[in-house]
Design a protein around this ligand. Structure first.
Ligand code: HEM
Length: 236
């Protein structure tokens, strides 16, 4: 086996690759939340954003294939690291001690594999609902036709099942991202306790801010009934 493949297949290599793919996915999430928040902008803004993505044509397929690869590779690596650890330490985490410094075992770290699997199931439902969901076509001011995804988002989030289901899964994402972000940076660089503490604080802050922005969307739409009179939602 070539030594590069051997290196990325080792336990340390897999951890590093999980970090790299995880950081790629976080960059996607930053782009996605910026785009999603246009739902509170001018009435056409959200549909222009999704139409711009769809108009990328073949480039969009390349981006989607890359994203799907990152999601799947990240999941396979995460599950395999968890499985190897479990095999090596069948008694669980209670007796776990790291060689240097205190262990970072927390609710977030222990639940990574479970929160990760829930997020994957969520993604299948999410893409089915929005990417392949039934929408009307609307005429934009430019005269072009676009899918009315804005109306679909508002329709779904006025349903309590979607609004609170999303809120629950997005809250789990806070746990997953906060530990994942810290772990990615720690395995990619930090060794000093001081730097690690700062990265951990930054990781929690980043995960909380980005996920609160995601959670705000379903809850705001649900509690205002998605009405055009609501302060942030304008229609026409
Ligand atoms: C309030 C929360 C969210 C809203 C309103 C939302 C909205 C949308 C919409 C409307 C689409 C379809 C875009 C199109 O077809 O042009 C979409 C696609 C997608 N969303 Fe979300 N999203 C949310 C949260 C998330 C989260 C938390 C993740 C990841 C964990 C995510 C991952 C994706 C992915 C992977 C796609 C498919 C992208 C593509 O294939 O082009 N979304 N989302």
């Amino acid at each position: 086996m070539p030594s590069f493949i051997k290196a990325i297949n080792s336990q340390v290599g897999r951890k590093i690759m999980t970090g790299i793919t995880g950081i790629g996915l976080m960059l996607f999430l930053i782009g996605h939340i910026v785009g999603n928040l246009t739902i509170f902008g001018a009435p056409e803004a959200f549909n222009i954003y999704t139409k711009t993505l769809e108009d990328l044509g073949p480039l969009l397929y390349v981006i989607e294939a890359g994203l799907a690869f990152f999601f799947l590779y990240h999941t396979i690596l995460g599950v395999s690291i968890w499985w190897n650890r479990r095999k090596a330490r069948p008694e669980g985490y209670k007796k776990y001690q790291t060689k240097g410094g205190p262990s970072h075992q927390s609710l977030a770290s222990k639940s990574m594999v479970y929160t990760g699997i829930i997020i994957l199931v969520f993604l299948v439902i999410h893409i089915w609902t929005f990417k392949f969901g039934d929408t009307e076509m609307v005429k934009l001011a430019s005269g072009e036709m676009a899918r009315d995804l804005r109306a679909l988002v508002i329709e779904k989030f006025t349903d309590p099942l979607y609004a609170f289901g999303y809120t629950f899964v997005l809250s789990l994402l806070i746990l997953h991202l906060s530990h994942g972000f810290w772990s990615a940076f720690t395995s990619l660089s930090m060794k000093s306790k001081e730097a690690s503490k700062k990265v951990q604080m930054g990781a929690y802050g980043f995960a909380i801010v980005i996920m609160l922005a995601f959670i705000f969307i379903p809850l705001y739409i649900y509690f205002t009934g998605g009405s055009c009179d609501a302060a942030l939602i304008s229609c026409n």
